[in-house]
Design a binder for this molecule. Structure first.
Ligand code: PLP
Length: 393
């Protein structure tokens, strides 16, 4: 059975070109990039090349790129650094829909005595910038807002938010793990201080990430040890991973507009057809400002997990918007923050496409989804025999 992979916001295939670029650095060129000898030095130069490739995609300077192990490390390093360099400031602002790499870290920090404001979003998952402005205080050390949401794809106006923070002398970090490589990012056009990237969301391998740190930004390392990354991140570099990420950034920079237009067309076709063919379905999140590859669709009165199981039987991979917490299915914090009704939130499926999806795959999913939902609704106590929803008490 062929796998139809539409779960790219969870992780994405390593591009063939990326794998080929990495392979020699496992076997032939395994020197330590910090070594004095030529064997290590050539690896060091390749890391510098990768730094340049990442910088190019972001419109940044190579020395502003710090390699890390993942998006989670980058997020942790950014927020912890902002707090460490401003020890007299004890307030952090995030949104309610941040990834756990930011949200759970901030829960932890609040137990350490920091004050955390979680900005709400509206039913489209959109942030109120006026509320951000009102929440900034002289005690605010950092604002951390994601560029693109991993569940809905909704894009936050982070460049504007960064300007508001800067006007009040507050540092700004963005988690751009889902946005990088999917929408244009140019750090020359904004005042964002720090930005997180993860390799495995953009066709590089797992276990490598980047923290962009704007030149002149005060920074305290998260991993303390050797002098790697100019003392900003201790630890021997994940050489093949870094080289792979550099290559992935080069590919993304070359094809970004063309590929994201193609992926958006496929996503829009999938979304439109599913909404047309399946009654009582709707998109979660604003459809205007959205990553081109993501759609989060709720099918009312069915369980997301059950839908996923039936999709899985046909080789279709996606994610649901609910997770099992304490033995019960709970809608995700993102859908809850958006106030998605209970019966909708439970039946939500996230389709996240990539440059490797084809029109045939989209057509297959469009053909297979309606009978799956129909079959499950027939079993649902909340869906009567006439194919109508019954009110839930
Ligand atoms: N931030 C966002 C928005 C994500 O979607 C993810 C991963 O799903 C992360 C951070 C964490 O990235 P990593 O898996 O590289 O730690």
């Amino acid at each position: 059975m062929k796998t139809i992979y539409m779960d790219n916001n969870a992780t994405a295939k390593v591009a063939d070109e990326v794998l080929q670029a990495m392979l020699p650095y496992f076997s032939d060129f395994y020197g330590n990039p910090s070594s004095m000898h030529t064997f290590g030095g050539q690896v060091g130069r390749k890391i510098q090349q990768a730094r340049g490739q990442v910088a190019q995609l972001l419109g940044a300077q190579p020395e502003e790129i710090v390699f890390t192990s993942c998006g989670t490390e980058s997020d942790n390093a950014a927020i912890r650094s902002a707090l460490a360099v401003q020890p007299d400031k004890r307030h952090i602002i995030i949104s309610r829909v941040e990834h756990p790499a930011v949200r759970v870290l901030c829960d932890h920090l609040s137990r350490e005595g920091y004050r955390v404001t979680q900005l709400p979003v509206d039913k489209g998952g959109i942030l109120d910038l006026e509320l951000l402005e009102k929440s900034l205080t002289p005690d605010t050390a950092v604002v951390s807002l994601m560029w693109g949401n991993n569940e809905t794809g909704v894009i936050f106006p982070v460049e504007e938010a960064a300007r508001l923070a800067h006007d009040r002398d507050v540092m700004f970090h963005t988690d751009a793990v889902q946005a990088t490589g999917k929408i244009p990012i140019n750090m020359k056009n904004n005042v964002i201080d720090m930005l997180s990237i993860s390799g495995h969301k953009m066709h590089a391998p797992k276990g490598v990430g980047v923290l962009y740190v704007r030149r002149g930004t005060k920074f305290a390392p998260f991993l303390i040890g050797g002098h790697q990354e100019k003392g900003r991140r201790g630890g021997t570099e994940n050489t093949p991973g870094i080289i792979g990420l550099g290559k992935a950034c080069e590919l993304a920079a070359q094809n970004l507009v063309e590929e994201s237009t193609r992926v958006k067309r496929l996503r829009d076709k999938l979304e439109k057809e599913l909404l047309t063919k399946i009654p009582q379905s709707r998109v979660n999140g604003d459809t205007e400002n959205r990553l081109p590859n993501t759609t989060n669709i709720s099918f009312e009165y069915v369980e997301g997990e059950a839908i996923l199981l039936l999709m899985n039987e046909l080789g279709i991979c996606a994610s649901s918007g609910s997770a099992c917490t304490s033995g019960a299915l709970q809608p995700s914090h993102v859908l809850r923050a958006m106030g998605v009704p209970f019966t909708m939130a439970h039946g939500s499926i996230r389709f996240s496409l990539s440059i490797y999806n084809t029109e045939e795959e989209v057509d297959f999913v469009i053909e297979k989804m309606p009978p799956i939902i129909e079959r499950l609704r027939e079993m649902s106590p909340f869906w009567n025999q006439e194919g109508q929803s019954c009110a839930v008490q």
